[in-house]
Ligand binder design. Structure first.
Ligand code: FES
Ligand code: FES
Length: 171
């Protein structure tokens, strides 16, 4: 049986930067992002796949980073909340969250944003019920979700209205 902490070679692209790493085989993606790269925007609320605060994009799909081993993602592209904004300013999701006051304490917000990013990549014009279904598994203890759903709807509209909507997603 392989040693779970023996170093394993892996190549990962995180927020557009490719890294060749040698990581313990049992290192979670959330630990890699927070403790190795100091990308602490990826929050850890439960570490048991319940809260969604650790959600990031892996190859364009939203994934709970506490549920996946970093070494299992060889040659994958990971985007964290730090990679969501664009050089010219906030991503439309972030701008809509700010405008709609879609956060209070903000602990859940990175995970909600990245879950919403994954949702809008797959479903560019989600209905409110589709947004609520997409947020299943992402817990917010403060907002009651109303403003979060409104902000995601607003962001979807503004992304669709923008020229070259696909270019809006980081990879
Ligand atoms: S920390 Fe990953 S789901 Fe809660
Ligand atoms: S804003 Fe506080 S947990 Fe969501």
């Amino acid at each position: 049986m392989p040693d779970p902490v023996s170093p394993t070679a892996v190549t990962l692209t995180v927020n557009g930067e490719t890294r060749v790493e040698s990581l313990p085989a049992n290192l979670l993606l959330s630990e890699y992002l927070r403790e190795h790269l100091r990308l602490t925007g990826t929050h850890v609320g439960c570490d048991t796949s319940q809260c969604g605060a650790c959600t990031v994009l892996v190859d364009g799909l939203s994934v709970k980073a506490c549920t996946v081993l970093a070494v299992s993602l060889d040659k994958s592209r990971v985007v964290t909340v730090e990679g969501l904004a664009r050089p010219e300013g906030l991503h439309p999701l972030q701008a809509a969250f700010q405008a709609r006051h879609a956060l209070q304490c903000g602990f859940c917000t990175p995970g909600v944003l990245m879950t919403a990013a994954g949702l809008l990549r797959e479903t560019p014009r989600p209905s409110p019920s589709e947004i609520r279904a997409g947020l299943d598994g992402v817990l917010c203890r403060c907002t009651g979700y109303e403003n979060i759903v409104a902000a995601i709807s607003e962001a979807a509209e503004s992304i669709q209205a923008a020229a070259g909507g696909d270019a809006i997603w980081p990879s």
